[in-house]
Design a protein around this ligand. Sequence first.
Ligand SMILES: Cc1ncc(COP(=O)(O)O)c(C=O)c1O
Length: 407
Amino acid sequence: MSHLALGGGQPAKSKPFPLWPQYDELERQALLDVLESRDWWRTEGDKTGQFERAFAAFHAAKYGLAVTNGTHAIEITIAALDIGWGDEVIVPDFTFIATASAILSTGALPVLVDIDPETYCIDPDAVEAAITPRTKAIIVVHMGGHPCDMDRLTEIAGRHGAALVEDSAHAHASEWRGRKVGTFGVAGTFSFQASKTMTAGEGGIILSNDEAFDRTARSVHDCGRMPGRHFYEHFIYGSNYRLSEWQGAVLGAQLTRLDAQTALRDRNARLLNDRLSAIEGITPQRLDERCTRNGHYLYLFHYDCAAFRGASTARFIDALNAEGIPTQATYPPLHALEFFQSGAYRKRLAPNAGETDALRHQPFPISQRALDEVVCLPQPVLLGDEDDVREIAQAVEKVQRFASELI
Ligand SMILES: Cc1ncc(COP(=O)(O)O)c(C=O)c1O
């Protein structure tokens, strides 16, 4: 008889995790208000405007620009920084494709670099080594919600005159030394896609403290218009990246829960760190002591199959899912994606881009290892109570005890 749920045994998880997304009367009323106001377009309404000001204030940023999604937030940022053909932007190899594809939207070249083996965030030494005279910006990704080393990255970007952009799609309300991420560089971009820690199904925002940048980004997102000028005057290249009032209204309601939900996820993740660290072969993502709060879009940990009788990471993930713990593999490293390996990305570059093909042949051992050996739990599992945390750890222990059933 099988003990593991994968083979027909009783699942370890006894009660369901909290559902996601969460909503209540606040969202219901906000949506009704938009409906009845007949202002469904941000150009006429103010729900989206109110939300972007509130989100910026929460992060102690001067400006917030709500946009259609987190990918577009990066694309607008790159366009507003006037980065294009012949320019290079450094990004981590270990991230969602949007971080790099957004750079290609203006014809600039994403330069991939490896990550830190313990935090899975961009490696500042690798960033420094990748800088060339063509480097115009560095985009860092706060992986899973854990801030990158902002001390070193702000210093490196400043010394080389490169714009620092924080892709904070995973890191709403995360803090580095008590300061919210998304506010360290010229711009911080966020996503409100369905699985994120605040959502309207889709959506994004760009935070900034730079008035000139915000003005240009606002124009890029609204067809190249300028505030105060005639509606049919267009001054720079832009497109329609405007967020609707429906989404602005829902996000305003979601924001009221962000602080408490972040505190809960941060607390539960620390409890889970203690429990999982005690299990041979499991090493949680390292929590840098300068990370004063981790928003935890994902909970990541390293899995050593040797402590599980050699069961593959894929088998381990299947086994934990069957036990009732939602578990997934991480991002494939960008350099290994067909889009890059086939050379298709080159169609976006200028004929004289001077690209050396390094992207396809360079080794990225740490991000490759992350794909093979790092496992993620999605954020809603951290919104439960201490029993949920205990049951996650017990499920991992159970899979280890009966790992022979996985072989
Ligand atoms: C690191 C990262 N950057 C950017 C994005 C893009 O956000 P969106 O899906 O809202 O376009 C995501 C989305 O999942 C992401 O994980």
